[in-house]
Design a protein around this ligand. Structure first.
Ligand code: IPM
Ligand code: MG
Length: 366
């Protein structure tokens, strides 16, 4: 029997509701495998600021340090509610970025996955979706503009200015590129490199290092695409992409577009991986305060994030696959939730917990 310590940071808004469904799924996995999940929940996010005076309390930081894996729910409040929190304690800046830094999770995997049977969720035409969408976006997560020096100031003439630094060193770039090349080699042998070298020097260095790293992966074909053109191509012909690699800010934007072509960010789980098996897993979307507490949010992104944890942190690839299959089967049986589907669209609408129960039921059969 192997014991894994999992820190659960359920977060804000719909976070606790969808996390609860993920935990039900983990129980099934625990029951039928030689594993024991030691689960500890801890405050993180805007709620933690109000209850503990910090959006990332010291006790939570310690728990994260000791955990074998961390699962994090979405964080944040509505625009109005956010104003009650000092700017540096806002959960994005005060909790999420420090968590990424702490675990050095430089590699963010964001699958943009839609089998043909779920094409109805997408706003794209069936002929554009073709046989389905299966993209793995690989986003550098601890560098670039997010972590560069920042200054908001006023110059001598009284004019306000801002300065934010986009910084990468060659190790940071080569680490994420090695990760992406390995993933490309294990899939279709094609790597789409997303950059903006016609304007940004950071992309010039990125591409230079890419050429060096590419020598270790002669079996992988590299296709270079400018980030703006990639945004268009994602809408017009998403099926051409497989593994896409990009720096932090490009990855933030294009991965949200990934959610758009699937039909919802609710279909976007993710894995954030660092060195020495340090990792945390999170849905790529926000806390959806407008629908929080209504038991209507689809738990797919959270259950999918936990499946990614099984695959990447605990080497349980088969069970991860079983979870994906169970979720796809529940959708294919015509079930959905009202955050994903409109009334009258021919689906049977379930609540968050009823959807979780269906996934559990399916997983037990599979
Ligand atoms: C994401 C989110 C975060 C980011 C926010 C919440 C800081 O949008 O994970 O994509 O920008 O990285
Ligand atoms: Mg984002």
């Amino acid at each position: 029997m192997t014991t894994y310590k999992i820190a659960i940071l359920a977060g804000d808004g719909i976070g606790p509701e969808i996390t609860k469904e993920g935990l039900k799924v983990l129980e099934v996995i625990e029951q039928r495998n030689e594993v024991n999940f030691e689960i500890t929940e801890a405050p993180f996010g805007a709620g933690a600021y109000f209850s503990h005076g910090s959006s990332y309390p010291v006790e939570t930081q310690k728990l994260v340090d000791e955990a074998d894996a961390v699962v994090k729910g979405p964080i944040g409040l509505s625009h109005e509610e956010s104003k009650k929190i000092p700017i540096d304690e806002l959960p994005e800046r005060g909790a999420l970025l420090p968590l990424r830094k702490q675990l050095n999770t430089y590699a963010n995997y964001r699958p943009v996955y839609l089998p043909k049977s779920l094409a109805h969720f997408s706003p794209l035409k069936p002929e554009v979706i073709g046989e389905g969408i299966d993209i793995l976006m690989v986003r550098e997560l601890v560098g670039g503009l997010y972590f560069g020096e920042k200054e908001l100031g006023t110059d001598d003439s009284g004019k306000r200015f801002v300065r934010e630094v986009l910084e990468y060193d060659e190790d940071q770039i080569s680490n994420i590129l090695h990760t992406a090349f390995k993933l490309a080699a294990s899939r279709k042998g094609v790597l789409h490199n997303i950059h903006k070298s016609n304007v940004l020097k950071s992309s010039v260095l990125w591409n230079e290092i890419l050429d060096e790293v590419a020598r270790d992966y002669s079996d992988v074909e590299v296709i270079h695409t400018l980030v703006d053109a990639a945004a268009t191509a994602l809408c017009l012909n998403p099926a051409q992409f497989d593994v896409m690699v990009m720096e932090n800010m490009f990855g933030d934007i294009l991965s949200d577009q990934g959610g758009g072509i699937l039909g919802s960010l609710g279909l976007m789980p993710s894995a954030c991986l660092g060195p020495n098996n340090r990792a945390y897993y999170e849905p790529s979307h926000g806390s959806a305060p407008d629908i929080a507490g209504q038991n209507i949010a689809n738990p797919y992104s959270m259950i999918g994030s936990m499946a990614m944890m099984l695959e990447y942190s605990f080497d349980m690839k088969d069970e991860a696959r079983n979870i994906w299959n169970a979720m796809q089967a529940v959708f294919a049986q015509g079930f959905s939730t009202s955050d994903l589907s409109k009334p009258g669209s021919g689906v049977t609408m379930l609540s968050t917990d009823a959807f979780g129960d269906k996934v559990v039921e399916q997983l037990k059969q599979g």
